[in-house]
Design a protein around this ligand. Structure first.
Ligand code: TZP
Ligand code: MG
Length: 229
């Protein structure tokens, strides 16, 4: 799974039960249904991000059970299953990787914990300073850069970076694969891909899409303009 992370980032779907609130019925079942449709339509990576008061975080067994089911589905479609934040849950359910944000604990300690695991390790980047700081960390496999736009999916998000941030990335010659996140939808995807970013990560553009298959196709079809990285 570590082999081609850049390609895996192309359309990176993120979701948890808290993202199912607009739907009636069981949130865990709804997540599995949406994930299956997204996989069938061609997402390239999935991150299980189940957090906050509307998630299964207070029901660890149900949460682990759901994570296992998502992991199995992802593997049926041969794409990486990444666990957000929770290193121990990720290890317990056989995740292919772990993604953490800037406020999810000590990055060096997590790198140490994962040292012998050969898992994909992704880090969220919210500022240019963070990017310059972490760009030379060998243990980090990719960066999640955002939020590009304000978004309701992460109420505590930091200041939006804007499209300019992505447009300026090639000049920084960052060696690691980068995926953009935050407020990305079928309308702005083409513009974002013009920056040369390796991939787009979305929650609501898929979870709230009236037609998931169509949304995935539109998010994927946005042309890739190669940059000089
Ligand atoms: N990190 C930065 S923005 C964000 C996360 C998890 C939420 C993205 O959700 P959406 O619905 O694709 O804007
Ligand atoms: Mg986090």
């Amino acid at each position: 799974m570590k082999a081609n992370i850049r390609a895996s980032l192309h359309l990176y779907f993120i979701a948890g039960t808290q993202d199912m609130r607009h739907l009636s019925g069981d949130p865990a079942e709804n997540l599995l249904k949406i994930l299956k449709q997204a996989l069938e339509s061609g997402i390239s990576c999935f991150q299980f991000r189940d957090k906050g008061q509307f998630s299964l975080v207070a029901q660890p067994k149900a949460q682990a059970d759901l994570a296992q089911k998502c992991r199995r589905l992802c593997h049926d479609y041969h794409i990486p299953f990444i666990m957000n934040d929770d290193v121990e849950l990720g290890l317990a359910v056989g995740a292919d990787g772990i993604h953490i944000g800037q406020s999810d604990g000590n990055v060096k300690q997590i790198i140490e914990r994962l040292k012998k695991q050969n898992l994909i390790f992704g880090l969220s980047i919210n500022t240019l300073e963070q990017l310059q700081h972490y760009r030379h960390y060998d243990a980090i496999d990719y960066f999640g850069i955002g939020p590009i736009f304000p978004t309701d999916s992460k109420p505590d998000h930091s200041a939006a970076l804007g499209v300019d941030f992505l447009d300026n990335l090639p000049q920084l010659a960052i060696d690691k694969p980068c995926v953009a996140i935050g407020g990305i939808n079928t309308t702005n995807a083409t513009r974002l891909r013009q920056s040369g970013i390796d991939g787009l990560a979305v929650i609501s553009a898929i979870t709230q899409a009236p037609d998931i298959c169509l949304a995935v196709r539109q998010l994927k079809a946005a042309p890739i303009i190669l940059n000089n990285r």
